[in-house]
Design a protein around this ligand. Structure first.
Ligand SMILES: [Zn+2]
Length: 115
């Protein structure tokens, strides 16, 4: 498991092949995944409903990210809490698709060992 390969949405086994058709693009709305790694042929779909668990990862990641962002804005920047919430919603809306992909990458990394 490599933190950088998760953020770049790379294959957990070889860390070279892309997991998603859109590569590691942050702003792409294309959420289609490759069926297997384009480099080492690692199967990305272990069983039906495999990525159901990624939903919980997404919940944890976005929850911690929200606490961190709002905490920084209120404690460090002394921002009004209502404005901080608004800024948080904008940040979450922009990064929603990327967080979805990162959650799937984290989930797959639990089950695939690096070569
Ligand atoms: Zn691979």
């Amino acid at each position: 498991m490599s933190f950088l390969s998760i953020l770049k949405l790379k294959c957990p086994r070889c860390e070279k092949g892309d997991m998603f058709e859109s590569g590691s693009a942050f702003f792409s709305l294309n959420i289609k995944m490759h069926k297997e790694c384009t480099v080492c042929k690692e199967n990305y779909f272990k069983e039906p409903g495999f990525y159901f668990g990624a939903m919980f990862i997404s919940y944890i990641v976005s929850g911690l990210l929200s606490l961190l962002i709002v905490g920084l804005m209120i404690i460090v920047l002394k921002m009004n809490w209502l404005l901080a919430l608004f800024v948080l919603f904008v940040i979450l809306a922009i990064s929603y698709i990327y967080l979805y992909k990162v959650s799937r990458a984290i989930w797959l990394n639990f089950f695939v060992k690096k070569k």
